[in-house]
Design a protein around this ligand. Structure first.
Ligand code: ADP
Ligand code: MG
Length: 683
């Protein structure tokens, strides 16, 4: 029987704080904090039967106990259970240990057996002094996920007592739960304290019906909260924006130096239909790198602006925002549109001017980074918000945006853009309330990029090839490796490569771009490269998203093995934007693992970003994809979208029915499972 927790004291203890940090605030949170694995303390193994490598519990009388000083100070205790002797070795110990582990005492120990030189031993066993015949545990002992500041024993007690108090009554109507699954209380009691005969393998691989019940509950809560968000959104009102014949968007179409691809026309039509409705659009525009999403965004903005509403376009980096800005002023200013520019680095008077222009409505389009959603920025009449590379914005930023959007009587429409397609399983779950448009065609006249994989030992040949290309007027990106958590090393490497290439390409302009440069300097370097005056741009990954210099036809990526596939694909998409045949060279520093090899091979084999995203997902799992969305909280703790698709289907069928016919139960289900995390799901 678990003991009660010590009475609450005024100041929170370290373990209490650690518990809060893990999100274990309510009794129900603790009850839903499930074991990672179990220890079997329900039986004793005779020492003579314990084999090397087994984790066992033994009990015996201490026959000898002494401190050994020879190589390293340690406490050695020998016990005997009548079948054999076992040595307990403590490398860290307190004097109190030594005192209690005295000859003659009876001790119950647990740990991994090693066949040591002096016979069987356990290093640092857990131990407990017992009387002969002391009762054994009557269920398997749970081992919970925890942190360094939260001792397992403390957490075990906390969970045990919370389990007694937590409201675990059935919320769901009986017919709603798949028949083969146990009741929630029963399932939880079982999972926290399984009987000795429970099948450990089914518990540990989560296939046991008790686990299934928990996963079903979790998936249902997640589906319910998504559906709720969707319905809440459907109740919101937005301005109905319709493009008129001869209106701004048609003028823009006529002014473009190209005609839209069929796919662009189709997605424009899908977006136009959303904009014309009095509910806010909530649409994701996905399309491979270079598929031409920007112009689709500009056309949507034109519809909104023509109807007298403002637009905001946000990009995750300054460079990308600036590229958009430059392109959009070229397209829109001749049509009489005022475009404002707002990023973190716009300061002082210039900033005030931009803020005033947004607030007064003088700026019809505001382009920038997340600075656009800061508190101080207000819009006279925001009709459409566009987020480029939406998955790169964090949860907090998305929530801030939602708040900002919700501050008007009429909500703006929301268009998100991404070059990374959402996998189907995620589309059905986390992104269930998102409409998706896909550009599945590249503009004509592009020559596919040829990707080659070389070991870094071929570096000199690659540099020679660059010299040839540059002599012929080509422009080249050289992307430097991403060294995790070390901007300094990143920089050193980029600087060295810059020097190396400058020396090899005497007489040509070689530029350097890295994350630490002040924005104005970055912009100046980018401008040099865009204009064609600069031949080679050595860059850390700051160029990753969206940069558009059509004349660049060669890219070298150093330490390609350190990048994710989708990231490599994004990077590679910086070349092959014009009609010239383009080449991407992936340099790796070996030796590569088999997966490492097959990953780079995949890059050479296909140019299809969606195919690459699929392979990336296979290799890395959905966690990576969810990225920022998940960082606020581990949203699905137990269920696995791939593995538990049958449960997911059941939860999907049940959610609308529950929300319609048992709204109170639906609310309690979400509250029980998600509590404070519900907010994150809406981001
Ligand atoms: P992404 O989808 O990666 O954001 P961009 O919008 O940057 O792609 O477009 C890539 C390039 O293709 C840009 O230079 C853009 O002007 C050009 N482009 C877009 N649509 C077309 C089209 N229909 N025909 C020709 N070029 C196009
Ligand atoms: Mg783009």
């Amino acid at each position: 029987m678990p003991e009660a927790l010590p009475a609450p004291v005024k100041a929170k203890s370290a373990p209490q704080k650690a518990m809060e940090k893990l999100g274990l605030l309510r009794d129900i949170d603790l009850a839903l904090h499930l074991p990672l694995r179990y220890e079997d303390e329900t039986r004793l193994t005779p020492i003579a039967e314990a084999r090397d490598g087994d984790t066992v519990q033994c009990e015996g009388e201490i026959v000898e106990s002494h401190i050994e000083l020879r190589s390293r100070r340690q406490l050695l205790v020998r016990i005997d259970d009548g079948s054999a002797q076992l040595l307990l070795r403590f490398l860290h110990f307190y004097p109190s240990h030594q005192k209690s582990l005295a000859a003659g005492a009876r001790v119950r120990v647990r740990g991994e057996i090693r066949g040591g030189f002096f016979g069987r031993e356990i290093v640092h066993p857990t131990f407990k002094l017992v009387n002969e015949g002391a009762p054994l545990a009557d269920s398997l002992t749970p081992v919970y996920p925890t942190s360094a500041a939260l001792p397992q024993a403390y957490l075990r007690k906390a969970v045990g007592s919370a389990l007694q108090r937590a409201p675990l009554e059935e919320i769901l109507p009986e017919q709603a739960v798949p028949r083969q699954l146990p009741a929630l209380r029963e399932a939880l009691m079982f999972l926290h304290h399984p009987p000795p005969q429970a099948r450990l393998s089914m518990l540990e691989d989560h296939s046991h019906p008790a686990w299934q019940r928990l996963k079903f509950e979790e998936l249902l809560a997640q589906q319910l909260s998504q559906l709720q968000a969707q319905r809440e959104r459907a109740r919101l009102r937005a301005p109905a924006l319709r493009g008129r014949r001869g209106g701004l968007h048609e003028q823009l179409l006529a002014a473009l130096p190209f005609t839209l691809t069929g796919a662009q026309q189709r997605v424009c039509e899908e977006i136009a239909q959303d904009l014309a409705r009095p509910q806010p659009m909530h649409r994701l525009l996905q399309g491979d790198v270079g598929s031409g999403k920007t112009v689709v965004a500009a056309l949507a903005a034109a519809v909104a602006m023509a109807a007298g509403w403002q637009c905001a376009l946000m990009a995750p980096t300054e460079i990308l925002a600036e590229q958009h800005f430059r392109k959009l002023i070229v397209w829109l200013e001749p049509l009489g549109i005022t475009v404002a520019w707002l990023t973190g680095s716009v300061k002082g008077k210039a900033r005030q001017k931009m803020l005033d222009a947004a607030a007064s409505g003088a700026a019809q389009l505001v382009v920038g980074t997340h600075a656009v959603i800061e508190d101080k920025v207000s819009f006279a009449k925001l009709g459409l918000a566009i987020i480029d590379e939406q998955h790169r914005f964090g949860v907090a930023q998305r929530l801030a945006l939602r708040k900002k959007l919700a501050s008007q009587a009429l909500e703006p429409h929301l268009l998100m853009m991404s070059a990374t397609p959402i996998p189907r399983t995620l589309a059905m779950t986390y992104f269930a309330d998102l409409d998706v448009s896909t550009i599945d065609e590249l503009p004509p006249g592009r020559t596919p990029i040829v990707t080659k994989v070389f070991a870094d030992s071929k570096r000199l040949e690659v540099v020679a090839k660059i010299a040839d290309e540059v002599a012929r007027g080509a422009q080249v990106y050289w992307v430097c490796p991403l060294i995790e958590e070390s901007e300094t090393l990143d920089l050193k490497n980029a600087t060295e490569t810059h020097a190396e290439l400058s020396a090899a390409l005497a007489g040509k302009s070689v530029g350097l771009l890295h994350g630490r440069m002040p924005p104005a300097e970055k912009a100046a370097v980018m401008a040099e490269f865009s204009s064609g005056r600069m031949s080679v741009l050595v860059a850390t990954t700051v160029i990753e998203v969206g940069v558009d210099v059509p004349n660049a036809s060669l890219m070298v990526i150093e330490h390609a093995e350190r990048f994710g596939l989708s990231q490599l694909h994004q990077l590679r998409g910086r070349v092959g934007r014009g009609a010239v045949a383009s080449v991407c060279v992936l340099l790796y520093t070996g030796p590569l693992s088999d997966t490492g090899k097959s990953r780079l091979k995949a890059m050479a084999e296909t140019n299809d970003g969606f195919e690459i995203a699929r392979r990336d997902l296979d290799i890395r799992g959905p966690g990576e994809f969810m990225g920022a969305r998940q960082s606020g909280a581990e949203l699905l703790r137990f269920a696995d979208l791939q593995e538990d698709s049958a449960l997911l289907q059941a939860a999907r069928r049940l959610a609308p029915e529950l929300l319609d016919h048992h709204p109170a139960a639906a609310r309690r289900q979400v509250e029980r499972w998600l509590g404070s995390k519900a907010e994150f799901l809406k981001a």
